[in-house]
Design a protein. Structure first.
Length: 246
């Protein structure tokens, strides 16, 4: 049993920035003074260790796993358990066992927040998570493109049908705004996040801009605290924290 608030970050399809959002949201919550852990449940498409530039492997104590820590965040991922970048070729039942392994066999301790980085879609992991972690709440990530929000609606609907609260929608890659300009460029169109929130009967929590990556950084997918993107993540974290206090 996870001791703390549990937030599943879901999406209808890949490529919408769900994992980057999970990591940046965790860091923003930490900035608010919260203790945070990330459980990377994207078993086939794990990327959290890469985003955080983690090379370490978890240790064990009395048969339990000690999660890896990076930037003050506790992390567990399938990426720690495979050699190099080998693919995971498993059928459904193994996925459920891994969810159980990551939640019951890891020494998490009590945390303010557990962020679950979910795989895209409505497959076995989503189904098993809803059964095994009934206390989790969810946010659905989409881009402004109407096709992306159309697919994301299925992930939100699955959560609602399994009696999990969808506390909001986050529209990622909403626009690009140069740091030295007030002009916004809507590269992927407009309206997808608002439409998805309306369809799911929930709130549009945030519209995150596209940020040019700092390729000289060891963690280019993490927003620097001086950027407008980080400020948006901080605003998102504050809104989510309020939702969990209600």
């Amino acid at each position: 049993m996870l001791k703390g608030n549990v937030l599943a970050v879901t999406s209808g399809k890949g490529g919408v920035g769900k994992s980057s959002l999970s990591v940046n949201l965790a860091l923003a919550l930490q900035k608010l003074g919260k203790s945070v852990a990330i459980i990377d449940l994207d078993i086939y498409g794990f990327s959290v260790p890469k985003i955080l530039n983690i090379d370490a492997k978890p240790k064990t104590f009395n048969g339990k796993i000690i999660p890896v820590e990076a930037q003050g965040i506790k992390v567990m991922s399938m990426g720690f358990l495979v050699k190099d970048n080998e693919p995971i070729v498993w059928r459904g039942p193994m996925l459920g066992k891994m969810i159980q392994h990551f939640t019951e066999d890891v020494l998490w301790g009590e945390m303010d927040y557990f962020i679950l980085d979910m795989p895209p879609g409505t497959g076995d992991v989503a189904l098993d998570m809803h059964l095994m972690i009934p206390q989790s709440k969810e946010i659905v990530v989409t881009t402004p493109h109407k096709a992306a929000s159309f697919v994301a609606e299925r992930a939100g609907s699955m959560a609602i049908k399994s009696k999990h609260e969808v506390i909001g929608v986050v529209e990622n890659m909403s626009y690009f705004k140069p740091e030295d300009s007030d002009q916004k460029y809507y590269i992927f169109g407009k309206g997808g996040g608002e439409e998805l929130a309306s369809q799911l009967g929930t709130e549009l929590l945030g519209q995150l801009p596209i940020q040019e990556a700092d390729e000289n950084s060891e963690t280019p997918a993490i927003a620097a605290e001086t950027t407008s993107l980080f400020k948006e993540y901080l605003n998102l974290a504050e809104k989510i924290d309020v939702k969990f206090q209600l």
